[in-house]
Each structure stands twice: as structure tokens, then as C-alpha cells.
Ligand binder design. Structure first.
Ligand code: OVV
Length: 402
């Protein structure tokens, strides 16, 4: 095919709804079919383009000047419709605003800060795993995945203990709202005002401890880097992005260990693999399945011409299973060289919290590897449906001591 012919190719018309319950329950066959049918798909249902191959996802997320975040990173185009909350000043922003706000956030996640958090995170991880082993049989979501990230990270931020039950409902609102308006969004917003009210009230300087990551954000106000209001918005980003993501990463990782016994055996025999194993779970069953961008200009993606002010959905979870990039992509392999996975995204908006997410994952799954003998499913897992998060509602698991 000549370049001219290539430039003329049309996107594949997408009839399937990736945000239907059936697709959300089992998205990988759909991702495969889309990757094989072509690089770019167009959905008239959503008036949105879908990008599914590793190279293309990497490019779209990399070229932030062309593929903007400022009109929202969900399906809603903020140039055309009002967002449901004031946009995030880091996620839903382009440089130069994004550069300034991300710098302030990143300073709270440096290796020095992580080193200081490690002791507490590891102690809490030991306590968590001891409780699991005492229980023997437990729900991997309610008793495990939801427990640790809703404690150690809010503790580190300096959030008060009272009202933390609002964190997961808020995360559900945030992540469902990146998808289309459907029954899932509707359900997530059932108690929206109370949940949002608690979140906003607890982002204020006075609500937070004087020695946490939240206080570090407010120190940037005193240094003239952000305004008091912007600081509150950055604390909101901690609470929006830092809880549901890690909770579901934990649930998905536990499911991987319970359903790939050879990989569990390897981890149990070598707890030093915990960090890479957690990383591989983010490739294989990452919680954040997709994020959107908006085109700033006419642009060609994968040989397909796309106009300006169009929405593009980048499926990181499909890029993470693309056989063009990975050997045996549908195999969970904790010794895999997993660099280049998109579980944390990529480019200037790549997860700023990843040092803390990795610390949490390593602490918990290394403790599990040191202490547990067997892990197995004790019943049928139940899915939690969310427009963009891969999640379980319930995950019955049985463990024994080493
Ligand atoms: C990465 C992410 C997810 C959800 C919310 C935010 C960020 C935010 O900045 O509010």
C-alpha cells in the first residue's frame, strides 16, 4: 500500500459497546478482535475513536500537544458539555498548568518520602496478612483489598479517620464518570452530594494533619507555587486517584495468584519477586482500562484521518495484551520483563502516584509470599462493573500458613 492509500484508510466501524455489562465483564476477547480488525475504530454510538494497539496507545498518550487532556480524559468533551465537577488541575489539564501542579504533587512522592513511609507500610502489611491467615477464608475484596489502601494512603495524606467510608464511593463516581452516562454512572451518583461534600471538606488545609502529604501540598502555597484553592484541588486528586485504583489492583493481583498456582509457587519461594509480580498484574489485569484524549487538530492515527476536537479512547489494557509488543500476552508471568506496560499510563500524565502504589503492592504481596502456603478461590468471584475500572465486588479466597 502506498502512503497516499494508507492516509485514506477509514476507521473500522465499531458496533460492539465496550461499556456494556457483557464487554466490561470480559473485555479481552473484544480488545483482541479490535486489535486484529484494525488500529483505529470509530463508534457512532459514542462519536468517539478507539485506539487499541500498543504503539498507537503509546503515541497518543505521548503526544500531549496534539492529544489534549484539558477537555477531559473521559468520553465527555468539556468543550461541548459542562463537567460534573471542577476539572482536576493535573489530570484534566495540559502544560503549562499541568507542569506546575504535577511538580508539586511529584514532590510528595520522591524516593526520600517513600523511604520514610516504607516502615509504616510494611508494618501494616504484616498485620493485614496475619489477619488474613487467622481468618483462613475471607473475601479478597471486603476483607483484604479494600482494607489496606483505604488506611495507609489516607494516613500518609493526613486525612482524618472519620468519614473515610466516602473514599470508595467517590472513586466510583470519578471513574464511572470517565465513561458514557449509563446505568453504572447513575448508580454511582446515588449519594453524590453527601460523598462530594465530605471529600471537598476534607481537602481543606485545616482538615489535614500537619505532617502528611497533604500538608506538603499546602507548603507549596506558602512557597508561592500554587494558590490555596489549587492546593485543595491537588489533595482532591490524591483522594480521587489514589484509593480505588490500588484497591482494585490488590483484588486483581490476589485473583491472579489464586488462579495461576505456578506463579504463586514461584512468588512464595522467592518473595523478592513481589515487586515485579505486582507490576505484571498491572499489565495483565490493570485496574485502569482506558483513558481518553481530545484532538487539538486534524491528525492521522494508524493511517486513519481524525478531525479536530474529536474524542479518542486509549485502551491501555488492550495495549498491555498486544502480541505485537508482548510474548504470550495472555499469560500472567511474574518474572516477565514488564517495562513498557501501560497499567500506569505513559507520557506526561503517567501515574504520579506510582511510587506509592508500588510500595503498597510490594509491602503487601511480599508479606503474603513470606507467610502464606496456599492460596485458592473458595467460591465464584463476583464482578464489580465500572465504566473504566477492572474490579471485583467479591472474591472468596482460602489461605493457609506456610
Ligand atoms: C489519575 C486520576 C484519576 C482520577 C482522578 C484524578 C486523577 C484527579 O486528578 O482528580
Amino acid at each position: 500500500m502506498t502512503q497516499t492509500e494508507k492516509a485514506l484508510s477509514k476507521p473500522v466501524q465499531l458496533d460492539i459497546d465496550p461499556f456494556s455489562i457483557a464487554a466490561l465483564g470480559d473485555p479481552y476477547p473484544l480488545y483482541r478482535a479490535m486489535r486484529e480488525a484494525g488500529p483505529v475504530h470509530y463508534s457512532s454510538r459514542y462519536d468517539c475513536y478507539f485506539v487499541v494497539r500498543h504503539d498507537d496507545v503509546q503515541r497518543v498518550l505521548g503526544e500531549w500537544r496534539t492529544f489534549s487532556s484539558a477537555a477531559g480524559v473521559g468520553l465527555a468533551n468539556f468543550n461541548k458539555e459542562r463537567p460534573w465537577r471542577p476539572p482536576s488541575i493535573v489530570l484534566e489539564a495540559d502544560p503549562p498548568l499541568h507542569t506546575r501542579t504535577r511538580t508539586v504533587l511529584a514532590r510528595t512522592m520522591t524516593p526520600g518520602v517513600v523511604r520514610q513511609l516504607r516502615e509504616t507500610f510494611e508494618r501494616e502489611a504484616e498485620l493485614l496478612i496475619d489477619r488474613m491467615l487467622d481468618m483462613g477464608a475471607f473475601d479478597g475484596i471486603a476483607d483484604f483489598a479494600e482494607i489496606y489502601p483505604t488506611k495507609v494512603f489516607p494516613d500518609a495524606v493526613g486525612l482524618p479517620a472519620k468519614g473515610r467510608e466516602n473514599l470508595l464511593p467517590y472513586g466510583s463516581m470519578v471513574f464511572n464518570s470517565f465513561g458514557p452516562r449509563n446505568a453504572l454512572t447513575e448508580a454511582a451518583f446515588a449519594n453524590a452530594d453527601a460523598v462530594r461534600g465530605w471529600i471537598m471538606a476534607n481537602c481543606a488545609r485545616d482538615a489535614l494533619s500537619k505532617d502528611g502529604l497533604g500538608a506538603m501540598i499546602y507548603a507549596a502555597v506558602d512557597a508561592g507555587e500554587v494558590s490555596e484553592d489549587e492546593a485543595g484541588m491537588l489533595v482532591r486528586s490524591f483522594l480521587s486517584a489514589g484509593v480505588d485504583t490500588t484497591v482494585n489492583a490488590f483484588g486483581n493481583m490476589l485473583w491472579c495468584l489464586a488462579t495461576f498456582p505456578d506463579q504463586w509457587r514461584k512468588l512464595r519461594e522467592n518473595p523478592g519477586l513481589a515487586r515485579n509480580a505486582f507490576e505484571e498484574s498491572l499489565r495483565f489485569e490493570g485496574p485502569a482500562q482506558c483513558f481518553f484524549r481530545t484532538t487539538m487538530d486534524d491528525v492521522e492515527v494508524g493511517g486513519v484521518q481524525i478531525g479536530a476536537n474529536e474524542k479518542i479512547c486509549c485502551f491501555m489494557a488492550s495495549a498491555n495484551r498486544d502480541p505485537r509488543r508482548w510474548n504470550n500476552p495472555d499469560t500472567f508471568d511474574i518474572e516477565r520483563k514488564v517495562v513498557g506496560h501501560m497499567g500506569f499510563g505513559t507520557g506526561i500524565h503517567g501515574c504520579v502516584g506510582q511510587p506509592i502504589a508500588r510500595l503498597e503492592g510490594e509491602a503487601v504481596f511480599a508479606a503474603l509470599a513470606r507467610k502464606a502456603g496456599t492460596i485458592e478461590l473458595a467460591g465464584e468471584p463476583v464482578r464489580q462493573y465500572n465504566n473504566v475500572l477492572r474490579a471485583f465486588a467479591s472474591l472468596p479466597v482460602r489461605v493457609t500458613r506456610k
